[in-house]
Design a protein around this ligand. Structure first.
Ligand code: SF4
Ligand code: SF4
Length: 84
């Protein structure tokens, strides 16, 4: 299982601050921050703690198994950002 960020993400970074394992990128100080459309969760580092969900003001984060069908592509996009 892993968590997935979708395109309603506004890159405010609240989830980055909430994540205990630092698996959400890019951060503001990373060089590609401005270029990406939304943030990404590393599915191999995410420990499925759920801490990012309640802090997201746009409800952009989903548990993989609960990802709506129309947003299914975002699972691959999150993983691909990390080369998985
Ligand atoms: S579920 Fe937990 S470990 Fe995974 S991205 Fe969210 S805060 Fe980080
Ligand atoms: S908290 Fe939500 S809107 Fe903010 S950066 Fe994370 S996923 Fe994007």
């Amino acid at each position: 299982m892993a968590y997935v960020i979708t395109d309603t993400c506004t890159k405010d970074g609240y989830c980055i601050d909430a994540c205990p394992v630092d698996c959400i990128h890019p951060k503001l100080e990373e060089s590609d921050f401005d270029a990406v459309p939304h943030l990404y969760i590393d599915p191999e580092q995410c420990i499925d703690c759920g801490a990012c969900i309640p802090v997201c003001p746009t409800n952009s984060i989903f548990v993989l198994e609960e990802l709506p069908a129309e947003l299914a592509a975002f699972a691959g996009r999150n993983a691909a950002y990390y080369g998985h």
